[in-house]
Design a protein around this ligand. Structure first.
Ligand SMILES: *Cc1c(COP(=O)(O)O)cnc(C)c1O
Length: 452
């Protein structure tokens, strides 16, 4: 194949997700050919640190021998058989394992293929739960402003990021959004912020009493919003409010699950057990598309009242419970045990913290935030007045583009530089990643701002 042919074909035949294609077409795409551990290699042979875990899903590095072997072994048996009317070995084994490791009370596993579908299913499940119980008034969903739960119509209906969701307004169903301000922009202590957020939530609950199907939240940190870390105790407060107002609590652990926040699941840090629980990104350690929505026996039982009324949950995808995906997920969890992944995170988490403290002092850095192995650096034009850069300046994208030339792949969220490497990253590799980011923000960013 002539050199440059793949790049040409990409521009001619692909449409990239979440990508302004007009600027994509003006640039040379970087084509990834292989991966090894935390590194990605392009077709030209250059090596990069995968600083965003291939969009937040890689856990133990690329090309991990244990996960590769598990997928191959499954492939020798069967790649896929349907869960509609049939059961399959790896999906059963995984379901049992997931019930064991997720928060107490979650006893049933419903599979799908992406984070969006896991949330879509959670919404439909909650909605039908109340219908099955004859409580037809409970229809309303409450979510948080700036929340992100995926891109299907149901999941964008409970999403609160205007640039992603605005266009589709008339296609979505109505939801109420509680304003939980970003602690960096809130005028007060974290404790006052927590109180404020819960009061906002309760006002909506009170106003819509008896009509709420569920509250949907990302636990501890709102990822796509720009890694906005909630004040401590907020998640517990939401659990208490859901109980007080007799509604379900849906927790979207798509981004936070599988060690990202320092514990296997974010909910553990506040001892919260939701009624419905969504997982996806890290479930197969970033190898194959698989997701799951877990729920309690209480919710499940409301779907058992056949045949007097049909309470069946009519939802399912062709590849639901895919055997290769389930085998990869089981291998992922085995690697967590074998490599003591969670136990080994402490040093990396403190190393990130150390660098963030240093970086937060620089010009054009407004806020730095961290929740375990998720970190964000918010770039800002005017530090004193907390004034953002113009979005047209695309400063976050420009910084990440520059860091690429220094061997690091990152993808920003607006002007927030996101640092989210595989959990398995070694101390020296993490130090290299953080040094490149540190130097870019200290030395190159000011030049970029002064001579755009
Ligand atoms: C990424 C994400 C989703 C959507 O997952 P997809 O697999 O991209 O559909 C949903 N919720 C949260 C919190 C996410 O970060």
């Amino acid at each position: 194949m002539p050199s440059g042919e793949l790049e040409n074909w990409d521009k001619r035949f692909l449409w990239h997700p979440f990508t302004p294609m007009c600027s994509w077409l003006e640039n040379e795409p970087l084509v990834i050919e292989k991966g090894e551990g935390v590194y990605l290699y392009d077709t030209k042979g250059y090596r990069y640190i995968d600083g965003v875990s291939s969009l937040w899903c890689n856990i133990h590095g690329h090309n991990h021998p244990h996960i590769n072997a598990a997928i191959s072994r499954q492939l020798e048996k069967i790649a896929h058989s349907t869960l509609l009317g049939l059961a399959s070995e790896s999906s059963i084994r995984l379901a049992k394992k997931l019930v064991d490791i997720t928060p107490q009370g979650l006893t049933r596993v419903f599979y799908s293929d992406s984070g969006s579908t896991s949330v879509e299913i959670a919404i439909k499940m909650a909605y039908q739960y109340w219908r099955n119980l004859g409580q037809d008034k409970k229809k309303l969903f409450i979510a948080l402003k700036q929340s992100y739960h995926g891109d299907t119509i149901g999941s964008i209906s409970v999403g609160g990021i205007s640039i992603f969701h605005r266009i589709f307004g008339s296609l979505t169903f109505h939801a109420e959004f509680a304003d939980c301000p970003h602690p960096y922009r809130f005028n007060g202590t974290p404790e006052q912020c927590r109180k404020h957020c819960l009061e906002q939530m309760e006002t909506i609950l009170e106003k819509n009493k008896g009509q709420i199907a569920a509250i949907v939240v990302e636990p501890l940190v709102q990822g796509a919003a720009g890694l906005i870390v909630h004040p401590k105790g907020f998640l517990t407060g939401v659990r208490q409010l859901a109980d007080k107002y007799g509604t379900l609590m849906i927790v979207d652990e798509v981004a936070t699950g599988f060690g990202r926040t320092g514990t296997m699941f974010a909910c553990e840090q506040e001892g919260v057990s939701p009624d419905i629980f969504c997982i996806a990104k890290g479930l197969t350690a970033g190898y194959l598309p698989l997701a799951a929505t877990l729920t309690t026996e209480k919710v499940f039982e409301a779907f058992l009242r056949e045949p007097s009324i049909d309470t069946t949950f009519y939802h399912g995808h062709t590849y639901t419970g895919n055997a290769l995906g389930c085998a990869a997920a089981l291998a992922n969890l085995e690697v967590f045990e074998k490599e003591k992944t969670l136990e080994s995170l402490t040093d990396n988490i403190s190393l990130i913290d150390k660098y963030l403290q240093k970086i937060s002092d620089y010009d054009f850095v407004g806020d730095t935030r961290q929740c375990g192995m998720m970190a964000g650096i918010e770039l800002i034009e005017d530090k004193k007045n907390k004034k953002n850069f113009e979005t047209t300046q695309q400063i976050g994208a420009k910084v990440c583009q520059l860091l690429r030339t220094k061997g690091v792949i990152l993808r920003p969220l607006g002007d927030v530089i996101v640092i989210m490497p595989p959990l398995s990253i070694k101390k020296e590799q993490l130090e290299e990643l953080l040094m490149v980011v540190d130097e870019g923000i200290k030395n190159d960013l000011p030049k970029m701002v002064r001579n755009p």
